[in-house]
Ligand binder design. Structure first.
Ligand code: PMT
Length: 411
């Protein structure tokens, strides 16, 4: 499964570095091409000769090779890699990663890494429990780093508790899991709505909302990275898409979004409605700027916008899956469950403005997923890209369940 995969193995200075030798061996045996980047302290625990013999590649520690003056480009390393795994990740290395202190080759490479990053922490139990370590781990999670949690047991200090690096076999299992989910949407067509809608009042004013599009764009990148063909129907946002498999349709109003979404939905396997769509629009749009009258009040008559998620939900065919969002401020669960039914969705992703770091404009979100059949799954605060991964994982699981049920009913 790892044949031909380019993996950077980052080793920092902890006693668990000896386990990284076994990890390297397992990765090479699975067919991966591994480039080891080690910190100066890491070299004190494990010799580069052992690592280069096993990886068949020179081990990189310094920015330059002293005798030849050769410069090691962290940028090309970052572009080369399909995955970076930092194991062991010491408290100090994680602190540097969380704050961007690029004073060694490992952290500099981390900052240049384009693809997924995993970190397997290893340290003594008190260091692990320290609030600063926990804060840094939280930050790394928000930045999209996948943390492979340490286990409990006897530690190098002689104390017993949490802090033992995950076993090499477990790390390889997680790496394989990552690569197996990486193309699991190949052949699928996905339509995603994202961002706000702007409802024009006149040539200079509109009614809008605070959506930045970050959640919807993260979903589009996640689906495209996993092999799907994506049509992203985006309201007015200042974001760019990265993956060429994303076709973007820019719209302004709810009516325009509805038209573009319904057109794309006809041919889609999955639709995800992450946009914050205005429920109402001004009944009339003035051709010229509305002038201030000599009155203290102004009334704008509003008319209802189409409910895009509900319209697609009602029109959906057996092979189509619809995922809606519920942005709530109160009665979260009740409202989310109600939207699942009312819009005939297969899944509702609830986010609440009562949670710090969740909802509009933030780089993070905290979600609860409501599935058909009554399942309710809560997730911790994560980066929007990680949240997108959780949503896609849950959606695919739900589709497989539906397929299995369809198979059973066929028989
Ligand atoms: O864009 P960000 O800044 O990253 O913020 C992300 C987000 C908060 C906008 C996103 O996570 C989110 O919650 N999107 C849905 C916001 C919303 O309008 O929720 P709602 O509970 O009002 O709507 C329920 C569902 O119906 C949503 O899937 C919505 O897209 C859809 N809807 C609503 C009204 C309408 N006229 N048409 C729709 O399709």
């Amino acid at each position: 499964m790892l044949k031909g995969k380019h993996i950077i193995l980052g080793i920092s200075g902890g006693i668990a570095a000896y386990k990284s030798v076994f990890l390297l061996r397992l990765l090479v045996k699975e067919g991966a091409e591994v480039q080891v980047v080690i910190t100066p302290n890491g070299k004190e625990f494990i010799t580069p000769v052992t690592l280069s013999s096993l990886s068949q590649n020179p081990v990189i520690c310094d920015f330059f090779t002293a005798n030849t003056g050769e410069w090691h480009s962290h940028v090309s390393l970052g572009l080369w890699a399909d995955l970076m795994v930092v194991a062991p990740a010491t408290a100090s290395t994680m602190a540097k990663m969380a704050t961007g202190v690029a004073d060694n080759m490992l952290v500099t490479t981390y900052l240049s890494a384009k693809e997924h990053v995993m970190a397997a922490p290893a340290m003594d139990l008190d260091m692990w429990a320290h609030p600063s370590t926990q804060r840094n781990i939280e930050q790394l999670r928000r930045d999209g780093v996948e943390i492979i949690m340490p286990g409990s047991g006897e530690l190098a200090s002689g104390l017993s508790g949490k802090g033992r690096m995950a076993e090499p076999e477990e790390i390889v299992r997680r790496i394989k899991e990552y690569f197996s989910r990486s193309r699991d949407m190949e052949g699928m067509k996905v339509m995603i709505t994202a961002g706000p809608t702007c409802e024009r009042m006149d040539p200079v004013r509109y009614i809008g909302n605070y959506s930045s599009g970050k959640m919807g764009f993260a979903l589009a990148e996640e689906c495209a990275a996993r092999g799907a063909e994506v049509i992203l129907v985006a309201g007015p946002v200042s974001l760019a898409t990265e993956n060429p498999a994303i076709r973007r349709v820019d719209v302004e109003s709810a009516v325009e979004m509805c038209e573009a979404a319904e057109k794309a939905f006809a041919d889609a396997d999955v639709a995800i409605f992450a946009a914050a769509v205005a429920d109402y629009r001004p009944a009339e749009t003035a051709e010229t700027k509305i002038k201030r009258e000599n009155a203290d009040e102004m009334t704008v008559r509003m008319v209802r916008n189409p409910d895009i998620a509900a319209r697609c939900g009602m029109a959906k065919r057996a092979h189509q899956t619809t995922v809606g969002f519920a942005l709530e401020t109160d009665n979260e669960r009740l409202n989310a469950a109600h939207k699942l039914e009312k819009k005939n969705l297969d899944m509702v992703v609830m986010n609440s403005l009562r949670d710090n770091g969740a909802g509009f404009r933030t780089d993070t979100n905290r979600i609860t997923i409501f599935g058909r059949g009554g399942s309710v799954t809560e997730y911790p605060l994560k980066s929007k890209r990680e949240v997108a991964r959780d949503i896609v994982d849950a959606m695919l699981l739900q589709r497989r369940g539906a397929d299995a049920t369809a198979d059973l009913s066929d028989n």
